[in-house]
Write a protein that binds this ligand. Structure first.
Ligand SMILES: *[C@@H]1O[C@H](CO)[C@@H](O)[C@H](O)[C@H]1NC(C)=O
Ligand SMILES: *[C@@H]1O[C@H](CO)[C@@H](O)[C@H](O)[C@H]1NC(C)=O
Ligand SMILES: *[C@@H]1O[C@H](CO)[C@@H](O)[C@H](O)[C@H]1NC(C)=O
Length: 146
């Protein structure tokens, strides 16, 4: 059994290298970038998600949900939804790029903001049934000018 495990692991490693990308664990759900990364309400920004590593590691998106989340020492409202998108796995290169506008909302000067991408991807369960699970990644942003 132990021998079989290492044989499978070696085949998997070879496959990843053969596809030409080193995919760190941190990129397993994809990578997301926001430009500009300092935003004011009403400002247009560009979101770019790179799904190369998500797909290579078997986490091909079905849906991509994008949020802005905040943390502070006081209560702040839950994440605000920026976009909900269906991913087409024939997209080449595997990039999801779009523009969005920062909504007018209740922002705080002492809060820390992040831009979050949730990748919902299908996995086979114990009976082979396809089940959608979710993994996320985030990147810092600043919100000013409110
Ligand atoms: C997406 O990520 C892959 C793997 O890290 C990288 O090789 C590729 O250049 C990236 N694509 C873009 C458009 O940034
Ligand atoms: C998505 O496409 C890649 C090749 O571009 C393929 O390896 C992968 O299996 C596909 N995923 C799904 C869920 O169809
Ligand atoms: C947020 O603002 C600080 C202070 O100006 C700056 O150092 C930092 O790079 C900014 N972060 C982003 C993600 O733009």
């Amino acid at each position: 059994m132990r021998f079989n495990f290492f044989a499978i692991a070696a085949v998997f490693a070879t496959t990843v290298i053969a596809q030409g990308n080193f995919c760190p664990e941190a990129a397993r759900f994809g990578l997301v970038n926001v430009s500009p990364s300092t935003l004011s309400p009403g400002e247009t920004f560009t979101v770019t998600a790179n799904l190369t590593c998500a797909i290579e590691l078997g986490n091909t998106p079905t849906f991509l949900d994008y949020y802005i989340d905040a943390t502070a020492t006081h209560t702040v409202s839950g994440p605000i939804l920026i976009a909900r998108r269906t991913y087409d796995n024939s997209t080449s290169p595997p990039i999801d790029q779009f523009t969005a506008v920062l909504p007018n909302w209740f922002y705080f000067t002492d809060a820390t903001y992040t831009f979050v991408m949730d990748n919902s991807f299908a996995r086979a369960g114990p009976t082979g049934e396809s089940v959608i699970t979710v993994g996320g990644i985030e990147t810092p942003i600043n919100i000013t000018g409110f």
